[in-house]
Design a protein around this ligand. Structure first.
Ligand code: FO1
Length: 319
């Protein structure tokens, strides 16, 4: 890939747990100051009156070095005493808000009640945790992902995924509020001016889809001056983790790396695919998208670093 831009920043369109591994790899080979993470807000929801933003928090905790790596979300060495007490009161507690994590939601809710926007609050939280990268929510406007199910009607993504354990039959997805949502300050500029925009191997329906459903974000990706590089979250027709397969099927999509290329083709320069999907290379390139065949499995920090290095190299980024 030959388009080497003068800008120094690398923008990442991130979801949560699936994105965290590549973000960790990137942050371990380039200074965090160069990273601008545009975080998914579709999975944000209100719980017990608190503003909970799981994907923003996953990236923030990761970059602060306090993410629980095994679970892929929440704070390490967490305790759940608040939830135990809530249960004593007879309150249903299906979403595991940890005691340390709770402070984030309390402080965020408090600041937002005082009139700060989600992006202002996100910046304040990240700075307090000494995160050097910039984390920006995709939008400050209301945007929530709902899954249309056969058994329970439309349910919020967290209810579908955590409470119902992704069991109901999926009929569709709604990104409520997306068509009217405005990108948060800095999002469009970060995408358009970045040396490269990276889409980690994340669920296209629930992690990346909500951000792409904001019209001005999609437009910015089409106008991006740097290369736009994605990593397929699928290998051999299956996601590395999570409900991406079930959700894609529910939306009538074929669960294939080729579908990922088709979903992103209007703005994508390069797609990294796993060796198991090497046979799609020609079809991906026929869409006008370059294809890098490599091992996309990230089981260790070594894998994360290697893949991040290969992506940056393919994007023409000098370290
Ligand atoms: N995922 C779960 O599967 N079960 C949980 O109880 C849970 C709690 C939770 C609390 C805070 C947080 O930031 C994330 C949490 N997650 C939990 C992860 C989250 O539901 C999803 O993985 C993301 O929203 C999708 O990216």
């Amino acid at each position: 890939m030959s388009r080497i831009m003068a800008g120094r920043q690398i923008a990442i369109i991130a979801g949560g747990t699936g994105s965290a591994k590549l973000v960790r790899g990137l942050a371990s080979i380039i200074p965090q100051e160069r990273l601008v993470v545009i975080g998914n807000v579709g999975d944000n929801f209100q719980l017990y009156g608190l503003q909970v933003c799981p994907d923003l928090d996953t990236i923030m905790y990761l970059l602060a070095g306090i993410l629980d790596r095994k679970r892929g979300w929440g704070v390490k060495r967490e305790t759940f005493n608040m939830l135990k007490t809530l249960r004593k009161y007879g309150v249903e507690a299906w979403f595991r808000l940890g005691d340390r994590d709770l402070a984030t939601h309390l402080y965020r809710t408090w600041l937002m009640a005082l009139g700060l926007t989600l992006s202002e609050v996100t910046r304040r939280l990240a700075e307090a945790l000494h995160v050097k990268a910039r984390i920006i929510p995709a939008t400050n406007s209301p945007l929530q992902t709902y899954i249309k199910t056969a058994e329970a009607g439309a349910v919020h993504l967290q209810e579908f995924w955590v409470k119902m354990k992704a069991k109901p039959r999926v009929l569709g997805v709604e990104y409520r509020g997306a068509s009217k949502a405005k990108p948060a300050p800095g999002v469009v500029q970060a995408i358009e001016k970045a040396e490269a925009v990276i889409i980690p191997p994340a669920n296209p329906v629930t992690s990346i889809g909500p951000t792409l459903a904001i019209p001005a974000v999609k437009e910015a990706l089409k106008q991006a001056e740097g290369v736009v590089v994605a990593v397929s979250p699928l290998t051999g027709g299956k996601p590395f983790s999570g409900p991406a397969g079930k959700l894609m099927k529910g939306l009538g999509m074929k669960v294939s790396t080729l579908t990922i290329a088709q979903l992103y083709q209007e703005f994508l320069s390069l797609l990294a695919v796993d060796r198991a999907d090497a046979r799609f290379k020609r079809q991906i390139e026929a869409l006008g998208v370059e294809c890098l065949v490599t091992s996309t499995r990230m089981s260790s920090l070594k894998d994360e670093k290697r893949l991040a290095g290969e992506i940056l190299n393919a994007a023409g980024i000098r370290l």
